[in-house]
Design a protein around this ligand. Structure first.
Ligand SMILES: Nc1ncnc2c1ncn2[C@@H]1O[C@H](COP(=O)(O)OP(=O)(O)O)[C@@H](O)[C@H]1O
Ligand SMILES: [Mg+2]
Length: 260
């Protein structure tokens, strides 16, 4: 479904130095697979998701979607199909909500892609996401968790084949996080889900790809095996060291759990 071959991305800072953001990234994701994209802040997760969504182009390497090379030419010819097939939830939900009401927000994509029975579909997804009571509200007046739900409803109602989620639990409280994990688990969709919260790993996906602090893939394999692979977790800085006391003796050791 998705294949990246030696993808690299960089940008130039104001002194014209080339700053690497992604280096030599190669992986494949099969249809129906759900994969976690792990890495600390600044490792390049959002940049990779934007590349996969055709919002940025790699500086070198290739990206194939359903065996077709995704480049400017491909996107020019297939923009509407590609946009319907591959949905990106950006890191900040507010930046993606622009309609006057929640109803309009969900209906927007349905109308844009020419779906029939728009009204029925909006109500169906509002029910699934438990947001029927706020359909008349302005999306910008909502809490972080509600915004996230509205955004996911508006992305999923057009039935994308690939869902790219950029830190979907960042604005959610624990019960809503639990709800989202179960919901994603029940969906028959190919998904790449970025997070730096490794404690979500096992529930969200069976496989994890870890981008290290050097912007290269440092791990691609089972989440469970990753959780037991302390050297890799330390290398990618996904665990932290902090001080605490056992029976009055203060010492430092690594912790798997995240702060959120
Ligand atoms: N076009 C750009 N101009 C300036 N900085 C950029 C640009 N693209 C990416 N970056 C920087 O690259 C790094 C990786 O960013 P990002 O993909 O957002 O990482 P993550 O999502 O893992 O936190 C960050 O330090 C970000 O500020
Ligand atoms: Mg990010």
């Amino acid at each position: 479904m998705i294949e990246c071959k030696n993808l690299s991305y960089n940008y130039q800072d104001f002194q014209l130095n080339t700053i690497e953001v992604l280096k030599d990234i190669s992986f494949k994701i099969d249809k129906g697979e759900k994969v976690l994209l792990l890495g600390i802040n600044g490792s390049g997760k959002s940049t990779l998701l934007k590349l996969l969504n055709g919002l940025l182009y790699a500086k070198s390497g290739e990206y194939y979607f359903k065996n077709e090379l995704v480049n400017k030419k491909y996107l020019k010819a297939n923009s509407k199909d590609f946009r319907k097939s591959v949905s990106l939830q950006m890191q900040d939900p507010s930046s993606m909500l622009f309609n006057p009401t929640v109803y309009d927000e969900i209906a927007f994509g349905l109308k844009h892609f020419g779906f029939e029975s728009v009204d029925e579909r909006v109500y169906h997804y509002a029910k699934v996401f438990e947001i029927e009571n706020i359909l008349k509200s302005s999306p910008l007046s909502l809490s972080g968790g509600q915004k996230q739900k509205v955004l996911l409803a508006s992305l999923l109602c057009v039935e994308p084949e690939v869902l790219l989620l950029d830190e979907p639990t960042a604005h959610l409280d624990p019960p809503t996080t639990g709800w989202l994990v179960e919901f994603l688990d029940s969906l028959d969709v190919t998904a790449l889900i970025s997070t730096h919260n490794i404690s979500l790993g096992k529930e969200l996906a069976g496989r994890a790809i870890v981008i290290g602090i050097n912007h290269e893939i440092v791990y691609d394999g089972e989440v469970q095996a990753l959780l037991e692979d302390m050297p890799t977790l330390i290398k990618a800085q996904l665990v932290h060291k902090h001080k605490h006391a056992h029976e009055g003796v203060e010492h430092k050791h690594y912790h798997l759990h995240s702060w959120t």
